[in-house]
Design a protein around this ligand. Sequence first.
Ligand code: ZN
Ligand code: ZN
Length: 339
Amino acid sequence: MSVIEIGQAFGFVSSFTNSAATIHTVSIITTMLLLTELINFFNISQLLASYKMGGIASLLTPEGMLLFVAPIVPVLLCLEVLALGLMRKLRLHQYKTTVLTHVLNVIIGKFLVIDALAFVLKHLDHVSPFKTSMTCYWFIYSYVVWEFSQFVFHYSSHKIRLLWCTHAPHHTPEHINLTVAYSGFFLQAIVAYAIRCGICIVLGVSFQMLMLIILLDGAWGGLLHVSEEILPDGRLGFLKKWIMTPQHHRIHHSRNPEYIDKNFCNFLSIWDHVFRTYQKPLPEVAPDYGIARKINANSFIQMYFSEFYYLFLDIKNTKGLKNKLLYPFMPPGWHPQLT
Ligand SMILES: [Zn+2]
Ligand SMILES: [Zn+2]
């Protein structure tokens, strides 16, 4: 959403364009810019647009209600920070690298014109033999297919070195909080959308159904990162038998040998059971968050780029063209002597 659109939504633009006082204009522009970033951060631009077009009635439709899902994680993040502050447990350095990652991704994202979803739709939509409709049964089918695509993407991100380089920034934080949900190399989102949406579209999930699931799953994926100080247990009672809970995802973020490369699913645990990567919490093993290689987790440069640097060093130092070409596609930890 542009500054002008925000201005129009709030009726600022006419007063801003007619104003002669420069200082007044600058202050209004600054306010609008801050407002734009705030609105974009809270994902409420569509909510505002829908309200402006159709009033309160438009927000009471199924599509309108979905617009309330997207701001859940940002709002909870603010509540998490507020609650930790009130409990005097807020450690700002635990948020530094993840917030910087999000800011960098937002800035780069503004300059990227790649729309992975549009690309996949254009080239794969005609391949599917059928299309789901918006019914309960198709919703369940679509969610199981989406979770499969999530498993494929996430597992590949841990087992293919080049994809691991883009996923590692999500795993380097040594403390879990809601900002971790935003941390990842900026190219990861494009790869994620291409793989997940590609699989879903080929298996017949309609565009509308895909959008609905992406919104719901995105909100849940964010909630999985709620901090231990806010939700110490994180097992969600009987629900843990069927769905992935914050506790399951904390295991995924742990570098303990018992927990590495486990719990790849996001909402339904079905595919972790099928592919035997499901791991429940072990009472005697407390999660130790971070990646196996020792790095300075408070250094943004190390957190964001170091995996690429080490891949570059491995390619540079290995002998033979075949080995150099293999490195980006083999799992982390692989070297030619192992084959
Ligand atoms: Zn992961
Ligand atoms: Zn995570």
